[in-house]
Design a binder for this molecule. Structure first.
Ligand code: AMP
Length: 486
């Protein structure tokens, strides 16, 4: 059985996760800030027997029932607190095209949905063995023990939170859940680290950027802190220098890895503070039992120093995407160094190079997946949502780098349907009904027609450039006629 959680991060949600695992079920943490239609897609795809809700989310769960025609096919258990739960409604109808037992990979522990480029979120199945392998390495490498007080910063539907949760349980350590309200209050967040005497902080880099920008960390702050770890994005080296000069004696580690390979696949601990903000920080070497390969287009190792595609093999690899063998086969490939059928590698979509020091360096993405505020977003999912709106004739989405908290700003170029007068505000409201707020574009521009290149494809480099410049009057004259209004 699957058990979905539609609950804010809380001790009750942690109890819900443990309860699902004790029952031998697969748990599926979903984002309670997602609009009902998107949540309903994920619920309909995993066909849970039970959905766990909190008092704040029972209305949302009810709205999910009406979307996607789910109706009374799952029971709802309302968790009022860690030790108090009620059956809100029982399931009365079976699922159509119910999940066959063979469709659930052996040993599955949880399913995490990530943004999908075709418009449908995709479910990554992770097994108990995947999590145990990572946690055993991490407890050993970081020396976690019962005296540790760990931060619980990421939301529970984000795979980084599994490190906090199961790392704390494995070591008998304390877990201090950080309320999302603190995210935009850097001084309050710093105070939380101080007051809770945390020994480990683990988050996406955007949080570290934000604290640095607001100068919320003092010299020799957080005397209890032993380790500061980040994962999910590049931490700009100047920000790392800011932190390392303030927190002398703290261990700083860059962790790298996609959800498909369980929490993190490689690590790099800094031994000294970088002297120059332009230095690249490596994603390092593989965690125990993992394998990092930088390969060329023919799946041969790329020469040292040259860019290649980054593949991951080893103990962290997910069995694949939930009920989607085609997508699984497209990115989980036979391991080029093993006999056929013996081992697999995951094509991450990341570009990387191996340095002279033998360490792996992240270079960027080979596709249009981005990170914004630490969230993994396929720009294609936003375009699919725009394409479904009758008020839009044509739209394209590009991302530009931002110095702010979000890391990347999502920019939308659109052509209103004929005769339509479509303002960014109206469009944003319409998209907000189907996409979570972190996927909503921050910049908008209406065009009479989208700029196309010689092959008739949307000219995305031009769009990016035009959003970077910000001003229409600096666009090349050839395109000026396309611009209707900013
Ligand atoms: P997610 O599945 O949300 O963990 O996102 C995985 C993607 O985040 C990777 O494929 C990379 O593009 C990016 N990523 C994860 N960790 C790092 C890191 N330490 N440095 C740079 N990019 C990272």
């Amino acid at each position: 059985d699957r058990v979905c959680l539609v609950m804010p991060k809380s001790p009750a949600a942690v109890v819900g996760i443990l309860a699902a695992l004790k029952a031998g079920a697969v748990y599926v943490p979903l984002d309670p800030a997602s609009p009902a239609p998107r949540l309903a897609q994920m619920i309909a795809s995993c066909q849970p027997r039970i959905v766990l809700a909190a008092p704040q989310t029972t209305a949302l769960v009810a709205a999910c029932r009406s979307a996607e025609n789910i109706g009374p096919r799952f029971a709802v258990v309302g968790m009022d607190g860690p030790l108090s739960a009620r059956l809100e409604s029982a399931a009365v109808e079976p699922w159509d095209h119910a999940v066959e037992p063979g469709e659930v990979p052996p040993g599955a522990a949880y399913i995490l949905f990530t943004s999908g480029s075709t418009g449908q979120p995709k479910g990554v199945v992770i097994t108990h063995a995947n999590v145990i392998a990572y946690i055993e390495w991490a407890v050993r490498y970081f020396g976690l023990d019962a005296s540790d007080r760990l931060s619980g910063h990421p939301p529970l539907h984000f795979d980084l939170s599994m490190f906090d949760l199961f790392g704390a349980f494995a070591a008998g350590a304390e877990l201090h859940l950080v309320s999302p309200d603190l995210n935009l209050r850097p001084h309050a967040l710093a105070e939380f680290i101080r007051n809770h005497e945390l020994t480990q902080w683990f988050s996406v880099p955007s949080v570290l950027n934000y604290l640095a920008k607001f100068d919320a960390v003092r010299f020799h702050d957080f005397p209890s802190l032993k380790r500061l770890l980040w994962c999910g994005e590049v931490l700009p080296t100047p920000v790392l220098i800011h932190w390392m000069t303030r927190l002398v004696g703290v261990q700083f580690t860059n962790l790298y890895g996609p959800t498909e390979a369980t929490i993190a696949s490689s690590y790099h601990t800094l031994t000294t503070c970088p002297q120059d903000g332009r230095m690249s920080i490596p994603i390092g070497r593989p965690c125990d039992g993992e394998d990092l390969l930088v390969l060329d287009d023919a799946l041969r190792p790329a020469p040292v120093g040259e860019a290649g595609h980054l593949y991951i093999g080893g103990v962290g690899l997910s069995p694949g995407y939930w009920r989607d063998p085609a997508k699984t086969a497209a990115v989980f490939l036979p391991h080029p160094d093993h006999p056929p059928g013996d081992a697999r590698v995951y094509r991450t979509g990341d570009l990387a190079r191996v340095g002279d020091d033998g360490l792996v360096y992240f270079l960027g993405r080979a596709d249009t997946q981005i990170k914004s505020r630490g969230y993994r977003i396929e720009l294609g999912e936003i375009e699919a949502a725009l394409a479904a709106l009758s008020s839009v004739r044509e739209a394209a989405v590009v991302a530009i780098h931002s110095e702010g908290f979000e890391g990347s700003v999502i920019c939308c170029a659109y052509v209103p349907a004929s005769g339509g007068d479509l303002t960014p505000m109206t469009l944003r409201t319409a998209l907000g009904r189907v996409l979570p707020s972190y996927m909503l574009p921050g910049r908008w521009r209406a065009f009479a027609a989208l700029p196309k290149n010689g092959n008739g494809k949307i000219d995305r480099p031009f769009l990016r450039e035009s959003f970077l410049r910000g001003a229409d009057d600096r666009m090349p004259a050839a395109w000026a006629s396309h611009v209707e209004a900013a």
